[in-house]
Design a protein around this ligand. Structure first.
Ligand SMILES: [Zn+2]
Length: 425
């Protein structure tokens, strides 16, 4: 009996412990030849020590988390391969610790703002409060449940019938906290702003907003591992989680022209695409919503970090989509408007060309399978002139991030109207 009690305490204590990253470094390295590429790809798929914040691509800069016991090995690898490498974070734990310096607790549950990041329960309670406050224009739905049983909530803002719609997908990747903060900020502005640019898009467009598509992963980043990306389903004897943004059906695990497959079949990797499309209840839930509502939707915007990028289809091929002119123009309009707010420079282009190969993403699936005309992955702040933080963007940068992104979305909508999208009815 005593032993059982001790065991119980032991198990409770391992579950309660938060992973630490003391003295872990983040390096940014440049991949300039196939030897370097192959080596980085091998590390990404086979090492459980290194963690990739950006995935290998030829002629690109990628960021890698290196634990202290691998410093000398990593130095040897980069020296042998003659790779340019730059130390961008010296101590990952201290960056994590400084992300929420005030460690603000909401005054009441659901009393959130954009000076800090908030737990799932606060975001959900905030949505509940809003629906009470704006019953005529808001509708809160649970579109599904995560593998651990948490509700996946979507809020819809609609001020009049007949509007075309936008869908905002937030936090499919758990550690990208700025995603949930941006989704909630946009909703709040749509409800409260008196700026005519904002009232226009609030009145004349229906907004479907899912602040946290991956609630299990998001919760896990607060309780257990701040660096977690995937869902939390059990996928093998050793590993948990599927990359939700590799789990949609459109061109799932298709190789691009260079033979690169933008997703992994290895369960323990961060880009594991799942055993089959929609293996995850989280992607099933969003797919059911797309199936029922895609015809009313003119734009799908997936909020991610980081990199200052507006990425349109495709991820699985470097051949541009047939709508490339419209996509390029609306993306460039957004980037131009963003740069006017704080000077942040976004790059616009096809995901495969600008970032790296990716397959089974919600962006490509909504555009390719559901024919939503405008689909983007928006990679927001992380590393820039303001400092290097990766996914652990300090809370003081939430405001500049959300303000510039909203300006970008307004410009995107204005430009899209030139293509007949979002007509005012
Ligand atoms: Zn992401």
């Amino acid at each position: 009996m005593k032993i059982l009690a001790l065991l119980a305490i032991f198990f409770v204590s391992i579950h309660a412990e938060m992973a630490r990253f003391d003295n872990y470094r983040v390096y940014s390295v440049k991949i300039e030849n196939t030897e370097q590429y192959d080596a980085m790809k091998y590390l990404e798929e086979h090492s459980d020590s290194y963690n990739f914040w950006k995935y290998p691509k030829m002629n690109a800069q990628i960021d890698i988390v290196v634990p202290p016991h691998k410093f000398s090995e990593f130095e040897e690898i980069t020296l042998n391969l003659k790779m340019q490498s730059e130390l961008i974070i010296e101590n990952l734990q201290s960056v994590m610790d400084q992300q929420k310096p005030r460690n603000k607790q909401p005054k009441a549950i659901g009393d959130i703002d954009w000076d800090d990041y908030y737990r799932l329960e606060d975001i959900y309670a905030w949505l509940d409060n809003l629906v009470e406050k704006y019953p005529g224009i808001l509708k809160l739905e649970t579109i599904g449940a995560s593998s651990e049983g948490r509700p996946i909530k979507m809020i819809t803002l609609s001020k009049k019938p007949g509007n075309r719609a936008i869908l905002i997908e937030g936090t499919i990747h758990a550690r990208e906290w700025i995603s949930a903060a941006t989704a909630t900020y946009i909703l709040n502005e749509l409800l409260t702003s008196t700026d005519s640019n904002v009232t226009d898009i609030a009145n004349n467009i229906d907004w479907h907003i899912i602040p946290v598509v991956n609630p299990d992963g998001y919760e896990y980043t607060w309780t257990t591992n701040r660096n977690w990306r995937k869902t939390r389903s059990a996928v093998s004897m050793l590993c948990f989680g599927v990359d939700g943004n590799r789990n949609f059906k459109f061109n799932w695990l298709t190789a691009d022209e260079t033979g690169n497959i933008g997703g992994s079949r290895v369960p323990c990797t961060d880009t594991y695409a799942g055993a089959y499309p929609y293996s995850e209840p989280e992607t099933q839930a969003t797919e059911s919503f797309f199936e029922a509502n895609a015809k009313k939707i003119d734009a799908f915007l997936a909020l991610h970090s980081y990199g200052h990028l507006f990425l349109h289809p495709w991820g699985h091929t470097n051949v541009p989509p047939s709508a490339v002119e419209e996509l390029g123009n609306v993306g460039r309009a957004a980037a131009e408007a963003i740069s006017q707010v704080n000077g942040t420079q976004y790059i616009v282009g096809s995901s495969n060309q600008v970032l790296y190969a990716s397959t089974g993403t919600s962006r490509d699936h909504t555009h390719g399978a559901h024919e939503i005309p405008i689909s983007f992955t928006v990679e927001m702040r992380g590393n820039g002139d303001y400092g290097n933080f990766g996914f652990m963007l300090p809370a003081r940068f939430i405001k500049p991030n959300v303000e510039e992104v909203l300006a970008g979305f307004i410009a995107l909508i204005h430009e899209a109207r030139n293509y007949g999208r979002f007509p005012i009815n």
